[in-house]
Write a protein that binds this ligand. Structure first.
Ligand SMILES: [Zn+2]
Length: 263
């Protein structure tokens, strides 16, 4: 299996998963068709399945054109969604089988209310994989356009509970911007400083910082560290200044999100 990021717009990644024996390719969140069609024709692959995580146009805008090119393509997307182009709608607990790989559908509302993620335990190159759209980013998380902090905190808890070696395929290259905020929020965190240097080096060489892993995000990402003393202290200081609630895991998360939104 090959997993390849097709860059789109200024900072999206459209993840393409290909069975190298058959050339059949699964595409996650094609916001644009052209870069995907170029990648497929250059590689000699053909698309047979699209997975949609949520309705935003930068994740769905290329679906129609791909469907014109591949009329039998299966388009999997969330039920109760403003995106109406799915041929197969799914919700939490459903399974999507592709080339013998089973993806479990997880509900992860917060960024949008329809947001779902696709998780497979060990069937892609012997590793767990997660396609999480705009829920979890490297050292960041999605903005709360539709959901509440409570919903997003629960969704991130669901992702945090996945195995540490899960490869996390986020839909954007937001890492350096996220790290600027994380370093401002947690200036004493040496691991974050080291990680920022490593990511700057990758970006200077034109390489993606994605995928990350659940284990790495649990150590570094301030949006997943609501029970980490350093993050709790920063959140309580911020919440006191900004008159926000304190005293719960969700309040810590909400303070970090508020801080990033106003950074
Ligand atoms: Zn989005």
């Amino acid at each position: 299996m090959r997993i390849h990021p097709v860059p789109a717009f200024s900072d999206n990644y459209i993840w393409c998963l290909t069975n190298l024996e058959s050339g059949k390719t699964l595409i996650v969140d094609p916001g644009q068709a052209k870069p995907v069609l170029d990648y497929l024709s250059d590689s000699g692959f053909s698309a047979d399945t699209i997975l949609i995580t949520h309705h935003h146009p930068d994740h769905t805008g290329g679906v129609k054109e791909l469907q014109q090119q591949y009329p039998d393509i299966r388009i999997v997307g969330p039920t109760d969604s403003p995106f109406k182009g799915a041929t197969n709608t799914v919700h939490a607990g459903d399974e999507v089988v592709w080339e013998g790989i089973t993806f479990n559908v997880l509900a992860v509302p917060g960024h949008t209310l329809d947001h779902i993620a696709y998780y497979s335990d060990t069937q892609v190159n012997d590793k767990p994989v997660l396609f999480c759209g705009d829920t979890l980013f490297v050292c960041g998380c999605g903005r709360l356009f539709e959901g509440t902090p409570e919903q997003m905190h629960t969704s991130l808890q669901t992702l945090r509970d996945l195995p540490d070696d899960t490869a996390v395929y986020c839909a954007h290259e937001y890492t350096l911007a996220n790290l600027r905020f994380a370093r401002h929020w947690l200036p004493e965190d040496k691991a974050l400083a080291e990680f920022e240097n490593a990511c700057k080096d990758l970006r200077e060489r034109g390489k993606p910082t994605v995928p990350t892993t659940i284990g790495q995000e649990k150590q570094l990402n301030p949006f997943l560290r609501w029970d980490d003393a350093m993050v709790i202290e920063a959140a309580e200081n911020y919440s006191t200044t900004h008159r926000l609630a304190t005293g719960s895991d969700c309040a810590v998360f909400a303070a970090v999100r508020h801080g990033k939104d106003n950074f």
